[in-house]
Design a protein around this ligand. Structure first.
Ligand code: LCS
Length: 393
């Protein structure tokens, strides 16, 4: 079946172009590290690119290929590259697009390790980085240098839920010959497709919304064109951060319900956000669906929904936040996000603890910030849970 013109939810179920010769409804797990060649000549053709037969799972695998095809199609890219984790995807992009002497501009609110690895390790290879609040386009313009090669955005950003203007950023990137990379983990292609706005590369931690069940760690890179795709695939292969077939199978399974999960989670998130916004013990809240979010209109323009990630601060700061986190019973106190279960965490001391205090504050990652990933439970239970925990402060 040609799936190209199907709707998003149909693609989640039927995409990827796999037809099983035994009629299996699910994609089999090709749990094999290596693949037999029909002849020595065929083996040589596989290696020189004249045949697209499989060789060795680090280079490619039929189960992983189905997942790569589905996500590439959903993101409207040329091809996908499965990776062992979201950080595998981040490093494939850094290593593939930057060389000694290059400079990268990045959102200051990014997942902590995406910044820490650049500042701590890539700097040793002579790669420079600057972190700015990319929701203000002027900050990006000011940071551009003759050796800038990449503009790296996270929008909505982890954990500040700051939103950058994809169209305006892509325009600047184009004018200055930069490759725009977007970490689309917080939205998934269901809510936002950065390649349509002019990004060259999109990446995901599949661990989050796309898999959605907190049972695997995985990542993917999607490139807009063939040249970038080939470059990034060979980088992933050389780094050895490939996905495993069993991991790919679980993501394909989780992916089928992406649309219905996000619909439900963001409906819950809106109600939780409205409850928190009105609560007397809440000092501030950032949720793109609230009119009070500074980029609410931009979110409406470039996203197909507001997602289910909320950040907020309590009167009484970190101490009050700790009391809340220690008393919620439904929302589990755990890092990660985007799953069916609600999770709560404290970025300053957990996911972003390795970012310096000064850089955290500049990016708006204050000690008082609590991050809540809203799941698909009954929303009244989530609100009652928050209510009783807030009462303990
Ligand atoms: N990009 C974003 C936006 C993320 O949130 C994460 C992980 C990664 C990349 C890395 O993906 P991983 O290697 O973990 O699959 N974010 C996490 C978080 O906020 N809590 O725990 C992990």
């Amino acid at each position: 079946m040609d799936t190209k013109n199907l709707g998003f939810n149909s693609k989640l179920i039927h995409g990827g172009g796999y037809k099983d010769k035994y009629g299996s409804v699910n994609v089999p797990i090709y749990q094999s590290s290596t693949f037999q060649f029909e002849s020595a000549e065929e083996g040589a053709r596989c290696f020189n690119g004249e045949s697209d037969g499989y060789i060795y799972t680090r280079l490619g695998n039929p189960t992983i290929k189905v997942l790569e095809n589905i996500i590439a199609d959903l993101e409207k890219g040329y091809g996908g590259i499965g990776t062992s984790s979201g950080m595998g995807a981040v490093n494939t992009v850094y290593m593939g697009l930057l060389k000694q002497g290059d400079h990268i501009i990045s959102s200051d609110a990014v997942y902590g390790p995406s910044r820490v690895v650049m500042e701590g390790q890539y700097s040793c290879f002579g790669i420079e980085s600057t972190y700015v609040t990319t929701s203000n386009i002027e900050n990006i313009k000011r940071a551009i240098k003759p050796n800038t090669k990449v503009l790296y955005l996270e929008t909505p950003a982890n954990p500040t839920i700051e939103i950058s203007d994809l169209e305006a950023c892509a325009k600047i990137a184009k004018e200055n010959n930069l490759i725009m990379v977007v970490d689309n983990t917080f939205s998934s292609p269901y809510l936002q497709r950065p390649l349509e706005f002019g990004a060259g590369v999109v990446l995901h931690s599949l661990t989050k919304f796309i898999n959605g069940h907190a049972d695997i760690v995985g990542g993917i890179v999607v490139a807009k064109d063939e040249l970038l795709y080939k470059k990034l695939r060979s980088t992933m292969i050389n780094l050895g951060c490939n996905m495993d077939p069993h991991q790919a199978y679980l993501v394909i399974r989780g992916l089928k319900t992406l649309g219905v999960r996000i619909d439900r989670a963001q409906e819950n998130a809106m109600k939780v956000a409205e409850f928190l916004e009105k609560h007397p013990k809440v000092e501030w809240i950032k949720y793109p669906g609230l009119k009070s979010h500074p980029q609410h209109e931009l979110a409406k323009k470039q996203m197909d929904g507001f997602g289910s990630m909320i950040s907020f601060g309590l009167k009484g700061g970190f101490e009050a936040g700790k009391t809340l986190m220690n008393n919620v019973k439904m929302a589990m106190l755990a890092v990660s996000l985007g799953g069916v279960e609600s999770l709560i965490e404290h970025p300053a001391s957990m996911t972003h603890s390795k970012v310096s205090q000064e850089d955290k504050l500049k990016a708006g990652i204050t000690d008082g910030l609590v991050r809540y990933s809203v799941g698909i439970e009954d929303v009244n239970d989530l609100i009652n849970d928050l209510e009783q925990a807030l009462a303990k402060i």
